[in-house]
Design a binder for this molecule. Structure first.
Ligand SMILES: Cc1cc2nc3c(=O)[nH]c(=O)nc-3n(C[C@H](O)[C@H](O)[C@H](O)COP(=O)(O)OP(=O)(O)OC[C@H]3O[C@@H](n4cnc5c(N)ncnc54)[C@H](O)[C@@H]3O)c2cc1C
Length: 375
């Protein structure tokens, strides 16, 4: 395989490029990334980037080692798999022998208003922080990790924040116990939580109006929508690769023999229906598998991913390995839930979590898999 094109300069694109080199690819590579920046930590955008202080700090990632030609601030607008050619935003063509699709996703939004903020890119975070420092009243739509992290940052910056979410925030992502703890801490720190779905959002009289499903209207200076993301597949629409609008790859992350996909853009079909896993560590693992599959085909290993997720909000750090625990009480392996500092283990579901406790990730993974608890 001579020339490889990598579409997307996020963590999946970066990891795929570095892995291709590590596995011995000596041909040329071109990385095309719509953002003008070098790859940065996207999870940091809703955490440290919104912390009080002048600077927007997202830390640094290790430099790329792939030595590819990088086209930053450029987008791919089309793909012809039969001719093995991708189209750039100026209409020029980029031929490839192998293609890695890693274009991630975009934030969902309700309106085109510039008072409705989303947070997907470094530029989004800069714009949001630029607004939050003036302490507007804020309605956050969505009580998943992103919404709760943004709410935590906004409260920390002195804003009056209302978060709208059906049910208990974070419960879908962490289960009822940990979701309940984070929500309780958020309430103690001044977050107002409204248990509802949103039916509409509009700009009115220089502010924003959020209409709930029961007709109630919430008025605030700005809205932050953190209600999910949409895979960035618009450039693939005429490629013939999308199935019901979805880019689906096999467990080796292959879409065709010469095209692999990784990260938030990708649905992987392990046999039980295609599923996306839009988290940082999944993007890294998929990119490694995808790079190997592009070079080694059937000889490459399939994806074997142990779910790992973390969040920082309301002064708490939470790390979780394994599936979301529902229903059962955990074993408290260390610390105490009352002190909100504990290592927890759900042997039935193969899950372990560290709440405000330092614990190396490999140890957390090991604990999650154990049937007898010891750390
Ligand atoms: C604010 C925020 C906080 C998060 N926090 C966490 C967390 O705490 N833990 C966790 O596990 N996960 C978290 N995530 C999710 C995690 O960041 C993503 O799963 C991960 O970044 C996905 O990487 P990716 O490379 O697939 O996509 P992305 O990081 O989205 O990178 C894709 C890149 O492709 C570019 N692109 C798109 N279309 C084109 C095109 N047509 N041509 C060229 N380039 C294109 C995009 O501009 C983008 O730079 C968070 C996400 C966000 C937005």
């Amino acid at each position: 395989m001579d020339h490889i094109v990598i579409a997307g300069n996020g963590i999946a694109g970066l990891t795929a490029g570095d892995t291709l080199r590590r596995l011995g690819h000596t041909g040329t590579m071109t990385v095309v990334g719509a953002e003008p920046h070098a790859t940065y930590s996207r999870p940091a955008l809703s955490k440290v980037a919104l912390a009080p202080g002048e600077d927007l700090d997202v830390g640094t990632l290790p430099e790329a080692t792939h030595g590819a030609t990088e086209l930053r601030g450029r987008s791919l607008t089309g793909l012809d798999p039969a001719r093995q050619v991708a189209t750039l935003d100026d209409g020029s063509e980029l031929p490839y022998d192998g293609l890695v699709i890693a274009t991630g996703s975009q934030a969902r939004r309700f309106t085109g208003s510039d008072r409705e903020y989303t947070i997907r890119s470094l530029d989004d975070a800069a714009r949001l922080k630029g607004s939050l420092v003036h302490r507007p009243t804020v309605t956050v739509i969505g009580g998943g990790p992103l919404g709760m992290e943004v709410a935590s940052g906004a409260v920390g910056l002195g804003c009056d924040v209302t978060l709208v979410h059906p049910g208990t925030p974070m419960e879908l992502h962490l289960g009822p116990l940990l979701g309940g703890i984070l929500t309780q801490v958020a309430l103690e720190q001044g977050l107002a939580v409204v248990d509802s779905m949103v039916s509409a959002v509009r700009e009115e009289n220089g502010g924003m109006v959020v209409t709930l499903t029961d007709g109630t209207e919430l008025v605030s200076d700005i809205v932050v929508t953190a209600a999910g993301d949409l895979p960035a597949t618009a450039w693939l629409e005429d490629s013939g690769l999308l199935v019901d609008g979805r880019l689906i790859a096999d467990p080796r992350c292959r879409v065709t023999d010469s095209i692999v996909a990784a990260g938030d853009v990708t649905f992987i079909d392990h046999g039980a229906g295609p599923r996306r896993t839009p988290i940082w560590t999944a993007a890294i693992e998929q990119a490694k598998v995808a790079a190997a599959a592009l070079l080694q085909g059937d000889e490459a290993a399939s994806l074997d991913f142990q779910s790992y997720f973390w969040t920082d909000q309301w002064g708490l750090n939470l790390k979780m390995s394994g599936p979301i625990p529902h229903g059962t009480e955990p074993l408290v392996v260390k610390g105490s839930l009352e002190e909100r500092s504990a290592v927890l283990h759900w042997p039935e579901s193969g899950t372990a979590a560290a709440l405000n406790m330092r614990m190396p990730i490999p140890r957390l993974h090991k604990l999650a898999r154990e049937t007898v608890t010891s750390v």
